[in-house]
Design a protein around this ligand. Structure first.
Ligand SMILES: NC(=O)c1ccc[n+]([C@@H]2O[C@H](COP(=O)([O-])OP(=O)(O)OC[C@H]3O[C@@H](n4cnc5c(N)ncnc54)[C@H](O)[C@@H]3O)[C@@H](O)[C@H]2O)c1
Length: 322
């Protein structure tokens, strides 16, 4: 059984610990804040430490999960990879494209897994969108856009692009399977100086497809939505819906042969396929363990993650007026 250590037991880390305690051998729990020892008391089989290094020194430990604050990800992931451990690191694994490239190269040379925790990619609803696109059911995909808006949680150390945008960006790049050639972001820091509360992003891809993201915690709507527009059908993934997570619209433009090239639209059925209610985080942890055991494409998972960080890097440069 894979022996896993989880670092970072704040808000999110305990969810990872819970899943790995069920799916693997949860051997270590680590947090630099000794008060987090209370989380460890739920898992008597795991050793608690305040030292990341002590955990890495255990030769029996196979894999490390990094759920610490974003600015620490690169360094901790780098140390774990150097120690020869498989790494699942919360999103984004690095804040600069070149740092992520370094992590990918390190994982390759150590022949270990480097998986970013892009939770939404394991959501059965997003998987359904991917299947539909891959099967050509939507026709040619023309554009994708994400809405991630709400009033709050107002953050003061991480802007809306980094806090909210990583989710949609990972999904958009996964669905289109392309790296943007152009990435523009516009936003404003209304509440806290230097921390953008509202960000609009535009991405253009080599195929000519385009994407957009509206990211905001200053908004009347609570939205977590991805819309995909194809030439044959259009699909919406709505994570706020309990049952109708995915809605397929048989709506499309068409050009009747007797109308001399004039565009018309047609509207057919609107339906919602059943989406399994499985916990995306559990599916993410299962996928990590699968990659560790040698199944799946570990290289692709790492390089796809690098694509997300590079795009974030481009958007950040644009947002900062570069
Ligand atoms: N995938 C998701 O949906 C999702 C949701 C929430 C958070 N996250 C991610 O999880 C990560 C943690 O977020 P959070 O909200 O739990 O943060 P948090 O601040 O609540 O917890 C972070 C914990 O890490 C500990 N820590 C910091 N540096 C450390 C180090 N060097 N070694 C060991 N422990 C250290 C802190 O003491 C703290 O307990 C972030 O990267 C965040 O983006 C992901």
């Amino acid at each position: 059984m894979t022996r896993v250590g989880v670092a970072g037991l704040g808000h999110w880390g305990p969810n990872l610990a819970r899943n790995f305690a069920e799916l693997a051998d949860l051997a270590w729990l680590c947090d630099s804040d000794g008060q987090r020892r209370n989380v460890a008391s739920r898992y008597p089989q795991a050793r608690f430490t305040g030292s990341f290094e002590e955990m890495l020194e255990d030769p029996e430990l196979d894999a490390v999960v990094v759920a610490t604050p974003v600015p620490t990800h690169f360094e901790l992931a780098q140390r774990a990879l150097r120690a020869g451990k498989h790494v699942l690191v919360e999103k984004p694994p690095a804040m600069k494209g070149h740092e992520m490239d370094e992590l990918v190269a390190l994982a390759t040379s150590q022949d270990v897994v480097l998986m970013p925790g892009h939770l939404l990619l394991y959501h059965p609803g997003v998987q359904r969108l991917k299947e539909m696109i891959s099967a050509g059911e939507l026709g040619d995909v023309l554009c994708v856009y994400g809405n991630r808006q709400n009033l709050g949680i107002i953050r003061s150390n991480e802007n809306a692009l980094w806090s909210l945008g990583v989710h949609d960006l990972s999904v958009i790049l996964y669905l289109l399977d392309e790296e943007p050639e152009k990435a523009d972001a516009f936003g404003r820091d209304f509440l806290t100086r230097g921390v953008e509360d509202v960000v609009f992003c535009y991405l253009r891809f080599p195929s000519g497809r385009i994407a957009h993201m509206h990211l905001s915690w200053l908004d009347p709507h609570k939205m977590r939505k991805i819309t995909v527009v194809g030439t044959e059908k259009m699909v919406v993934f709505d994570d706020m819906e309990l049952e109708r997570k995915v809605t397929v619209y048989e709506k499309a433009p068409w050009r009747p042969s007797d109308r001399y090239g004039e565009w018309q639209t047609r509207t057919g059925d609107i339906f919602s396929p059943r989406i399994a209610p499985d916990e995306p985080l559990k599916l993410e942890c299962i996928e990590f363990l699968r990659l560790v055991s040698g199944e799946g494409d570990r290289k692709k998972v790492a390089t796809d993650g690098a694509r997300v960080v590079r795009a974030l890097d481009m958007l950040t440069t644009s947002l900062n007026g570069g």
